[in-house]
Design a protein around this ligand. Structure first.
Ligand code: ZN
Length: 321
């Protein structure tokens, strides 16, 4: 059962102590009870601050060990507040906003935390897209326009896959889930890898006539070729992505980090119709527990993103989904 706070008052009420945060993490990480990671015993004794000791092999473990919260010296309450803040910003949280919301002394801490959470936003082993799926590529960044298939200086090429639900849903909500990925070039090799990693075999893939897509039918997919102007939902998704990067981060996203921003956009986009922000919070906690530790030293390049400190978060409800 998915158990999450319904609003801010509920959130504050539920997670006012470290103990409450630890209990919540325990219920999400070990829904069937705690098992010793060393010997598999379920004879576990709880000590302090989320620590557990196996009665059989005496190994100690904690609910945060091996997760995104691994070895943190900050209170879990603060981490929870960060996750609540992040999931309640409809269009994305930037580091300065997070720093202010949490009263953190350091901008850099807020920036690092956001990057850690971005790494948890794509669920390992998630389902592939299926049905009718539109694919297109787009360049992000740089000033001049890139030439297709060749790559362009200072630009990143992003492959975009979007489920077309217009046949299923007559209410006009034609866009299903999306997947975004940085790809090295628009060759058939690169595009085929993207297709196979993200789309269920047997799906009907709609693209334009670019040569890089011509071998799709050999991979076990149906392939429909349309004119480039007919890729409506892919182009809408791309323009939303670009506006989001511009609005939330004022375009100041370095290429080093773009992959993680793509993950954040995907996380938010695929849950855009969710009625409850609490459910997004729940997902982020859950996926943070599944995420490997991200040592702070591995997240570098803050200066490239530092101008993205402020931004006018742009509102998705302007967009006719
Ligand atoms: Zn044990």
């Amino acid at each position: 059962m998915e158990d999450f706070p319904i609003d801010l008052a509920d959130f504050r009420n539920r997670f006012s102590t470290e103990e409450a945060c630890i209990d919540y993490l325990i219920s999400l990480r070990w829904p069937d009870g705690i098992v010793c990671p060393m010997c598999g015993s379920s004879q576990i004794r709880r000590t302090t601050r989320g620590l557990f000791e196996c009665k059989d092999c005496l190994r100690q473990t904690s609910v945060t060990a091996g997760t995104l919260f691994h070895n943190t010296r900050k209170p879990l309450r603060l981490w929870f507040e960060a996750m609540w803040h992040i999931t309640n910003q409809k269009y994305g949280a930037n580091a300065l906003g997070l720093q202010r919301a949490l009263g953190l002394g350091s901008y850099h801490t807020a920036w690092k935390w956001l990057h850690k959470f971005r790494r948890a936003m794509v669920r390992p082993g998630r389902d592939n897209l299926s049905g009718v799926v539109e694919i297109e590529e787009t360049y992000i960044g740089g000033k001049s326009s890139g030439k297709r298939g060749r790559g362009a200086e200072n630009k990143c090429l992003v492959a975009v896959a979007v489920e077309d639900k217009s046949q299923i849903s007559p209410t006009g909500k034609g866009i299903g889930r999306i997947r975004l990925k940085l790809i090295p070039d628009a060759s058939a090799d690169s595009l085929n890898v993207f297709v196979q990693e993200h789309i269920e075999q047997g799906s009907n893939i709609r693209t334009d006539g670019w040569t890089g897509y011509q071998t799709i039918p050999t991979l076990g997919y149906k392939h429909t070729v349309v004119g480039s102007k007919e890729l409506n939902i892919a182009h809408l998704t791309i323009s939303l992505l670009k506006r989001w990067l511009l609005g939330t981060y004022q375009g100041a996203v370095s290429s080093v980090h773009l992959a993680y921003y793509l993950d954040e956009f995907t996380f938010r986009f695929n849950r855009r119709t969710s009625q409850s922000r609490g459910k997004l919070f729940y997902r982020l906690v859950q996926q943070s527990l599944l995420s490997d530790p991200v040592p702070g030293r591995k997240i570098t390049g803050a200066n490239a993103d530092i101008q993205a400190a402020t931004g006018n978060a742009w509102e998705l409800h302007d967009i006719p989904f």
